[in-house]
Design a protein around this ligand. Structure first.
Ligand code: TEU
Length: 588
């Protein structure tokens, strides 16, 4: 009925019978129509739900999540109201970095299932009106990819130039730092051809040589293979690193502390992205979102502004860099980062908004409070934030429940190569290992990768076998089954917030204005579109607080959403409880 009504409205708009603002559903190009906003598209309007497939739902009892498991839970995902699913890599992989090391780009990882399962999954999503984003990992492949096997076999092999090699007779290569190497060295000696190969990530993730046009063509063909299958978008992994100065100049000492400046936005990156746009993106109704956005707003604009014909969206790291230390974070810094990024993109370009992903700890443990007293309410607050900012919201699986960090104490509990090799390196360099483990306990990527908590039973309904990574003990109380039944749960609040965003284009496209930047407890802002205006009030602390806002005088006293039962407004003062999140409509 709703759909029918909105279609009539859309039809009337095209006939010029009405010029009001509404939401048109549900075709692929379904977009908000506004008098003031140009460039409306589905990928700006949708909420994206990220799934770490290894940890979502295991259908066959091997302890590893799989595609059939996701198929089983598509109705649940639909019930969230989200529009797009992004899956971390599902291609064939020896799993040195859990699928970010690909040995066959046209096949499915055997632990995850088969190509038939993939086709059924994509169909299941599309049947429910959900779109799909594929992770594309092409800065590097696996060392077990056929290209690399060939490449390393001899210096005159036709695949030799698919990777970066440094012949040993030239001496030691110019130093390059590696993210995951246990010595931090990105050059690995290979005796077969007496040469070193480059790996910015692990030794099993050799960097592809994008300066070779054949490599680029291979990548475009792979993307077309998946676009022809019907995928709706691509998430380009570590993309800003692909183009390199292959004369390998010396970098100044300490360059690795500012790695994106030296590794990012390489000399021919724009040329390659334009080529990718022409060869692939322009030919399909797909969008591409890149991981990383250079080091300046200009870099980010040069990647996403429409006239450049490159990418459609980026996600920056500055938001999640806030709070990435044991000391926690200042709300003022959090506000500043998100406000600056919003203003830089207020007229042109498009960004994403997220607080967690598979490379991060759980958002409630980092930005809210995992203390049982405040966990639910602060999770609701953080979801309110993500879903009320301008930019496409990316929600990480489990954050709709308020899942928390698992917090391992011993290095033997970790599965992530970044943690394991980082530990070895720190130990070899004589670092303070107590502090290292404390930091890992708080910030490690494994915190964000524990299995989805479906029910209170053993292993949380994730698997009937032994889970590849332990299930958080708190699944007994934090799980889908319990929250589904509870009208006040984080889950049901999340559903309401997704719906609110969908029904109020002001939350999608509206101008953002920060109110009272210096307020130490409360993050407040307005969103304005045409004649609609709302004010968002978020108390980021565990104590009562209040904020004086002229907007309060015009606020419709029944909030659009509230994570408490009530909220007090006295004249121009809004009084908020710990972690209270409220959105008010404002009257003219
Ligand atoms: O991450 C790329 C990246 O730039 C790293 O800085 C990332 O922050 C890293 O996880 C730090 O520990 C991407 C993926 O998101 C990540 O999961 C992969 O491990 C990596 O690429 C290699 O493909």
């Amino acid at each position: 009925m709703m759909i029918f009504k909105s279609r009539i409205l859309c039809f009337l708009f095209f006939l010029g019978i009405t010029n009001t603002l509404w939401y048109c559903t549900p075709e692929k190009k379904a977009v908000v129509k506004s008098e003031t906003i140009n460039d409306t598209t589905w990928w700006k309007e949708g909420t994206i739900y990220q799934i770490y497939p290894r940890s979502f739902r295991d259908s066959d009892g091997d302890g590893i999540g799989d595609l059939k498991g996701i198929i089983e839970r598509l109705d649940y995902i639909k019930s969230l109201g989200v529009d797009v699913i992004w899956l971390n890599p599902i291609y064939t992989s020896p799993n040195d970095d859990n699928g970010y090391d690909i040995s066959d780009y046209r096949n499915i990882m055997k632990e995850f299932g088969t190509m038939e399962d993939f086709d059924a999954l994509l169909k299941g999503m599309h049947d429910r009106g959900i779109k799909f984003v594929m992770d594309v990992v092409v800065n590097h492949s696996s060392d077990e990819h056929e290209w690399f096997k060939q490449s390393r076999s001899s210096r005159d092999n036709p695949y030799r130039d698919y990777y970066h090699w440094w012949p040993a007779e030239k001496g030691k290569p110019t130093p390059r730092w590696s993210f995951f190497d246990d010595k931090g060295d990105a050059w690995k000696y290979d005796s077969i051809t007496d040469s070193y190969y480059l790996h910015y990530f692990s030794q099993k993730q050799p960097d592809l040589n994008w300066e070779n046009p054949k490599v680029r063509q291979e990548v475009y063909d792979i993307m077309k293979f998946w676009a022809d299958k019907g995928v709706d978008g691509f998430r380009l992994d570590a993309f800003q690193y692909v183009s390199k100065d292959i004369t390998f100049p010396e970098f100044p000492e300490g360059y690795e502390k500012n790695i994106n400046k030296y590794y990012g936005m390489g000399p021919h990156l724009h040329k390659y992205l334009k080529e990718m746009y022409t060869e692939v993106l322009s030919k399909y109704d797909v969008f591409a979102v890149a991981e990383g956005a250079g080091t300046t707003f200009d870099d980010a604009h040069s990647l996403v502004d429409k006239e450049h014909n490159e990418l459609q969206m980026v996600y920056h790291f500055e938001g999640t860099n806030v709070g990435s230390s044991l000391e926690g974070y200042e709300l003022s810094e959090f506000k500043e980062v998100f406000t600056e990024w919003d203003s830089a993109f207020s007229k042109k370009g498009w960004i994403s908004v997220y607080l967690a992903n598979h490379d991060q700890p759980r958002m409630v443990s980092k930005y809210g409070s995992a203390n049982p007293e405040y966990r639910a309410v602060s999770s609701k607050l953080l979801n309110t934030f993500i879903l009320s900012m301008r930019g496409t919201p990316y929600v990480y699986y489990g954050d709709e429940l308020g899942m928390t960090n698992i917090g391992f104490d011993s290095i033997s509990q970790y599965k992530d190569i970044a943690a394991i090799n980082g530990y070895k390196k720190a130990e070899a360099e004589g670092e303070d290992m107590d502090k290292f483990l404390k930091t890992l306990k708080f910030l490690s990527r494994d915190n964000g990768r524990t299995p989805m908590q479906w029910e209170s039973s053993e292993n949380a309904g994730f698997t009937s076998g032994t889970p590849w990574l332990p299930v958080n003990e708190n699944h007994e109380s934090i799980n889908v089954a319990a929250q589904d039944k509870d009208p006040n749960s984080v889950l049901n609040y999340f559903r309401s917030m997704v719906k609110l965003r969908k029904e109020n284009p002001v939350l999608i496209y509206g101008d953002y204005k920060l109110l009272q930047p210096e307020h130490p407890d409360v993050y407040a802002y307005t969103r304005t579109l045409d004649d609609k205006k709302v004010v968002v009030v978020l108390n980021f602390t565990d104590h009562d607080s209040s904020i004086q806002l002229v907007e309060a005088k015009n606020a419709v006293h029944t909030p659009l959403i509230n994570n408490y039962e009530n909220v007090t407004i006295k004249d121009d003062e809004i009084i908020v409880k710990p972690y209270q999140a409220v959105i008010f409509a404002l009257q003219e």
